[in-house]
Design a protein around this ligand. Structure first.
Ligand SMILES: C[S@@+](CC[C@H](N)C(=O)[O-])C[C@H]1O[C@@H](n2cnc3c(N)ncnc32)[C@H](O)[C@@H]1O
Length: 258
């Protein structure tokens, strides 16, 4: 499905929640002094900064297929190298000691082929380090799906269901163990403490909800759809005594070493 471009400012509104997995992933990569690194699906370049911070001497390239994301990365981090590049459609012509991707491969299909393609650009003794949000294990995906498949919205948003490609840890292990000498995997349930149910909706507008909203043309339809999703979120995520809402967000990490 052709997607509209990303909104980097909306995406960065929840940077605190989005950046911690990058920090956790980078901190567990066991590679000393990598010469070259690449951030696949780098977005606005924030997750890239975690790599740059740990290995400031290394050559680093951030790639993303979104023009808006790369423009934001170039504006905010002009000293670093950025490139518009579609991982699914284009071929790489270089190799890296660390190939890293935070919260991006779920937007790409065919993970067996994709991981082979990424493994092929890892240098000997290098690593592939990836984090994927386990969106379909979260009640939120049901909240959205219930609304998207209502008779009113089904003709437009019904086809968006299961948009993301996310495999199980067992499926990823079987793919990775064929490509790498050693594999590490772990899963973390980040419990985001949100100001309100609307904050969950706001955080998801730039990611999980984005493909659904793109299917709706009028502003009034978008508003009605998001308000109905908000009602479902309220059923799935109870409010705490102080009015805040806990939003558990499960993420799967893996690192393959050549
Ligand atoms: C949720 S953002 C993650 C951004 C960043 N890595 C972070 O951790 O904040 C996902 C990014 O993947 C990019 N993306 C999706 N499909 C892609 C593809 N085929 N090639 C390159 N980038 C892609 C999107 O444009 C988007 O910027």
């Amino acid at each position: 499905m052709a997607q509209k471009d990303w909104n980097p400012d909306l995406y960065l509104k929840f940077n605190k929640e989005r950046i911690q997995p990058s920090i956790d992933l980078v901190s567990r990569i066991e590679i000393n002094e990598p010469e070259k690194m690449i951030d696949i699906g780098c977005g606005p370049g924030n997750s890239t900064q975690i790599l740059a911070g740990r290995w400031p001497e290394s050559k680093l390239l951030g790639i993303d297929k979104s023009e808006a994301m790369i423009a934001k990365a170039e504006a905010d981090f002009p000293k670093q190298k950025w490139k518009i590049f579609d991982v699914e459609a284009e071929e790489f012509n270089d190799s890296y000691n660390i190939v890293y991707s935070n919260a991006a491969i779920q937007w790409m299909g065919q993970h067996e082929q994709l991981l082979k393609k990424l493994s092929d650009i890892v240098k000997p003794e290098g690593a592939l380090a990836v984090q994927v949000p386990l969106f379909y294990s979260m009640p939120l995906s049901d909240s959205i799906s219930r609304v998207a498949t209502l008779p009113k919205w089904q003709p437009k948003t019904g086809s968006v269901d299961r948009l993301f490609t996310i495999l199980s840890s067992s499926e990823y292990y079987d793919i990775l163990s064929n490509l790498f000498a050693r594999v590490e995997m772990w899963q973390t349930d980040y419990i985001h403490i949100m100001e309100s149910h609307s904050s969950i909706l706001e955080m998801m507008k730039s990611t999980g909800l984005k493909p659904y909203l793109e299917k709706l043309e009028s502003e009034s339809d978008k508003k009605e759809f998001t308000e109905t999703v908000l009602g479902e979120i309220k059923k799935d995520y109870p409010m705490q005594k102080d009015g805040k809402v806990l939003f558990p967000f499960i993420r799967l990490f893996f690192v393959g070493y050549k």
